[in-house]
Design a protein around this ligand. Structure first.
Ligand code: GDP
Length: 208
């Protein structure tokens, strides 16, 4: 089995203000998702570290960008998965400005993984986040989580519908942290973007 290049992931820092961001160097991949989409479970599965993304959920961190270092100058960035209604207006405005600035100017940012519950994909929040990636021409990957909750035929239908909707602007895959479905595929995308694996298209293993 290939070594997991993300398994050395360690919490590095959390940023609530631009000056708290780590130096803008190397490469980083951001993860967005509405709360409860399965983002923490996905990050934990990708890194094979069961408690890793719990760090992002500790009180006070839910409105911050949380950086995990996977190698020197290589980071995964956990973006806040807030629900609008839960957040006071001044925080919403702050977050919007902070995230706008981050997406517009962050040179290290190479790609965005949009984590969505496969039963409710492409909500306004997800489209908004994808908009940042498309505007900047960043890599974008849609992770349709909790696929184990769908039948095989619903999985296929959802995958096709999301692919159709995104029309090649993002890659799309089914994923389940609990059934360990699609973990290698997602990991290959992220490590490729981070320049940790030799370039070349990822080839999914043929179905059994
Ligand atoms: P986050 O808020 O986006 O970080 O979501 P979490 O990773 O904390 O997951 C939210 C809920 O969905 C938790 O109860 C998880 O156990 C559950 N969950 C996450 N991933 C999966 C999955 O692949 N399959 C199933 N059935 N449940 C999942």
């Amino acid at each position: 089995m290939a070594a997991n290049l993300l398994q050395n992931a360690e919490y590095r820092c959390a940023a609530h203000l631009p000056h708290q961001l780590p130096p803008d160097q190397g490469l980083e991949v951001a993860f967005s998702g509405r709360s409860n989409a399965g983002k923490s479970s996905a990050l934990n599965a990708l890194c094979q570290r069961s408690g890793l993304a719990r760090t992002s959920k500790t009180p006070g961190r839910t409105q911050q960008l949380v950086f995990f270092q996977v190698a020197e100058d290589r980071h995964l960035v956990d973006l806040p998965g807030y629900g609008y209604a839960e957040v006071p207006l001044h925080l919403r405005v702050h977050w919007q400005e902070f995230i706008d600035g981050y997406f517009q100017s962050r040179k290290a940012l190479t790609g965005l993984v949009v984590v969505m519950d496969s039963r409710h994909p492409l909500k306004d929040f997800d489209r908004h986040m994808m908009g940042y990636a498309f505007t900047r021409g960043l890599n974008c990957h849609a992770l349709l989580t909790k696929a184990d909750k769908l039948s095989r035929s619903d999985q296929a239908q959802t995958l096709a519908a999301v692919k159709r909707e995104l029309a090649g602007r993002a890659s799309v895959q089914l994923f389940s942290a609990s059934a360990r479905q699609g973990v290698d595929e997602a990991r290959a995308i992220v490590t490729g973007w981070l320049g940790l694996t030799p370039k070349g298209p990822y080839r999914a293993p043929s179905p059994e």
